[in-house]
Write a protein that binds this ligand. Structure first.
Ligand SMILES: [Zn+2]
Length: 313
């Protein structure tokens, strides 16, 4: 069996941009302000929607230092609670688009698809009795950023690092039962497609993480009828990382173990990172950009989570 696709996760697009004009820097500052403003509007909108559902309490922000507006939001179940919290992490956001695919002449951004799927999955899980905490509910970073955190229209390496640590801090502060990070895949060859899922094997709860990853992978492949590219450890994910520290670490920050000065407070619950489809594959990008397709992905993920919880005390 072939190994997982190596790709520039969390890194793509960044290194290709060269040169910075002062006008561009100014534009960037405006973009940061606008992103924050839009995030605040999205938060208000989410709060309004929650209270409009009925007697369900409104969403609230989990207390974590240095969060962006609209980051780390907790949503109570909308039916009788199961006493479990699912942490959902829509990958990327704000100045970090993630994978840039295309469908019908339009760009399909990983950050947008991940958020759309996560939002739909949140509704499904709340209706099934779960509390859900989303790392972000708008097109924003999770860590609060300043001008110094961007360069040539992209987040700096240290900002990306801090943003990933903020996601982990959110999952921990929310006392999550599990964490699921939602990303989409990319590869140079547009004919490549399918589903793959990652977990970290170096944690005390690695057996549960593997069970979670396997349940999500099986349910996604079944729901999407996609090519089963398998379940892998994050050490097998040979993605180029941003810095020498990241390469030395060799794990995904969200899932991996403690490493002094790089990941001082690692995630404390079983976790998996899913890549349901490839946005560089035109057919899969079209499916992922379609609201009906996004709902199918959410339905698959919910089925995988239910399967995991039913087999885990
Ligand atoms: Zn990604």
């Amino acid at each position: 069996m072939a190994g997982p696709i190596a790709k520039a996760r969390h890194v793509a697009h960044r290194s290709r941009r060269q040169g910075t004009s002062s006008l561009f820097r100014a534009t960037l500052s405006v973009a940061l302000v606008l992103t924050s403003a839009l995030a605040i509007i999205a938060v208000r909108s989410a709060l309004t929607q929650s209270s409009a559902v009925g007697s369900a309490p409104v969403a609230s922000q989990v207390a974590v230092d240095g969060l962006a507006a609209g980051a780390c939001m907790s949503f109570p179940p909308t039916t009788q609670g199961k006493g479990k919290t699912v942490f959902l992490d829509p990958g990327h956001g704000g100045l970090d688009p993630g994978v840039v695919g295309a469908s019908g002449g339009r760009q399909v951004l990983e950050k947008d698809i991940a958020l759309a799927v996560s939002t739909r999955l949140t509704a499904l899980l709340r209706a099934a009795g779960y509390r859900v905490v989303m790392s972000r509910i708008a097109d924003s970073s999770v860590a609060r950023l300043s001008d110094a955190d961007s360069l040539s229209g992209a987040m700096t390496a240290s900002a990306v690092h801090r943003d990933l640590l903020a996601r982990t801090a959110c999952a921990n502060a929310a006392n999550s039962s599990v964490m699921v990070s939602i990303h989409f895949d990319a590869f140079d060859d547009p004919s490549v497609g399918g589903t793959e899922t990652f977990y970290d094997s170096a944690r005390p709860f690695a057996p549960q993480s593997k069970a979670l990853a396997s349940a999500l992978q099986t349910a996604l492949v079944s729901e999407l009828d996609s090519a089963d590219r398998g379940v892998w450890t994050d050490e097998q994910l040979a993605a180029p990382t941003l810095t020498a520290s990241g390469s030395t670490y060799g794990h995904l920050i969200l899932l991996g173990p403690a490493s002094t000065g790089w990941v001082d407070n690692p995630s404390r619950m079983p976790g998996a990172l899913v890549e349901p489809l490839f946005l560089t594959n035109p057919n899969e990008a079209r499916f992922a950009a379609d609201p009906a397709g996004q709902q199918r992905i959410a339905v698959g993920l919910k089925a995988g989570l239910e399967r995991y919880f039913s087999s885990t005390p």
